[in-house]
Design a protein around this ligand. Structure first.
Ligand SMILES: Nc1nc2c(ncn2[C@@H]2O[C@H](COP(=O)(O)OP(=O)(O)O[C@H]3O[C@H](CO)[C@@H](O)[C@H](O)[C@@H]3O)[C@@H](O)[C@H]2O)c(=O)[nH]1
Length: 262
């Protein structure tokens, strides 16, 4: 199935060589499907699955996929360390191999690979592209009401606390041009869970890189379970609050910066 995909096209026009990083923890029912969909939707991109030694055998499935397709790679990590650590390891892997852009994508099909060409097109004119659920033209399908509420409230809080003009700072479907990753101090990143997405949005905004949002259709997973937990929500709340307070204290020391606070 994967072998049928094009192996000759390289990268994306106007962007260069692209690596899609897919973090996985217990995604045995999803990982083959997502790899096949990415290969069909964007035949020129490479894929790196960053697996945290999933007990359900996701890593072994990825080894088979990688053995059958030179565009597919696996990073085996020793244990569950959170989404943020898996992405940082994937970014480092991409940098060492000279990729021009890195894509973040969930393994469960929530982020439609069919939207990827539009995100990569937008990356021609931007350093960071966020696939947004909360901008005009976006759709969210089958998400339970409590997740909708959490995402809307979380994004509103992040926007107000951090003064970022981003509608979906928690969203995990993104393109980072390598020059954006160079501009961001990745060594300072501390978030482990989904706060990672907000932290990178904040660092990109502060670094002054060009960020754009592209509407996506986000679909709730059909197989496997979300890794969302009260701890992940608590980490996001705590980190956003402390970044917001720190930014306001810094702005108070520079009164000219206060004008931009909402
Ligand atoms: N390697 C690794 N991967 C992980 C870990 N925790 C989660 N993942 C992987 O990260 C992806 C996202 O996790 P999900 O559990 O599917 O997230 P969700 O609940 O659907 O959350 C969605 O909403 C969040 C909040 O808006 C988003 O931050 C997130 O990206 C996603 O869109 C999946 O591919 C999952 O396997 C981990 O500790 N290690």
């Amino acid at each position: 199935m994967v072998l049928a995909a094009d192996t000759k096209t390289v990268g994306h026009p106007g962007v260069g060589r692209v690596l899609v990083v897919v973090p996985t923890y217990n995604e045995a029912d999803n990982v083959s499907r997502i790899v096949a969909r990415v290969r069909a939707a964007a035949p020129g991109v490479d894929i790196l699955v960053a697996d945290d030694n999933s007990p359900d055998g996701t890593g072994a499935i990825c080894d088979r996929l990688a053995g059958a397709d030179p565009h597919v790679h696996v990073l085996h990590r020793p244990g569950k360390e959170g989404l943020g650590a898996a992405y940082l390891a994937g970014f480092a892997w991409a940098r060492q191999r000279g990729y021009d852009a890195v894509v973040e994508m969930d393994a469960d099909g929530s982020h439609a690979p069919e939207d990827l060409p539009a995100l990569l097109d937008a990356a021609r004119e931007a350093d960071v592209v966020i696939g947004s659920r909360w901008t005009r033209g976006a759709r969210v399908v089958n998400w339970p009401w409590h997740r909708l509420l959490l995402s809307r409230c979380g994004n509103l809080y992040a926007r107000l606390a951090l003064g970022m003009p981003v509608s979906d700072a928690t969203g995990g479907y993104r393109v980072y041009r390598s020059r954006a990753l160079d501009a961001i101090d990745l060594a300072s990143v501390r978030s482990q869970g989904y706060a990672f997405q907000v932290e990178l949005s904040r660092l990109a905004h502060r670094a002054g890189v060009r960020m754009v949002e592209v509407p996506i259709t986000f679909v709730e997973r059909e197989h496997g379970d979300s890794k969302m937990s009260p701890l992940i929500v608590a980490e996001a709340l705590w980190r956003i609050t402390s970044w917001g307070l720190r930014d306001r204290r810094a702005a108070a020391r520079r009164p000219e910066a206060l004008a931009r606070w909402p």
